[in-house]
Design a protein around this ligand. Structure first.
Ligand SMILES: [Zn+2]
Ligand SMILES: [Zn+2]
Length: 69
């Protein structure tokens, strides 16, 4: 299920790609595949990518500046 054949530029041919262990929490939607021939990682784009969460690092609730009194 996780393996598929794709064209690899490095291998210059169609080779078997397999899904690496996802460390980004994509789960079943992980777009990453690794060439079993040369080990190059690729991203597949056969599905619509979600917009990257650019505002993720912004803390929504900053603690108010208050002095101990
Ligand atoms: Zn992933
Ligand atoms: Zn390759």
């Amino acid at each position: 299920m996780s393996d598929r054949e794709l064209y690899c530029d490095t291998c210059e041919g169609v080779v078997l790609f397999e899904a690496p262990t996802c460390v980004d929490g994509h789960g079943a939607d992980c777009p990453e595949l690794v060439c079993t021939g040369c080990g190059a990682a690729v991203l597949i784009a056969t599905f619509a990518f979600r917009a990257p969460r650019l505002a993720q690092r912004h803390a929504p609730t900053a603690p108010p500046h208050r002095r101990a009194a």
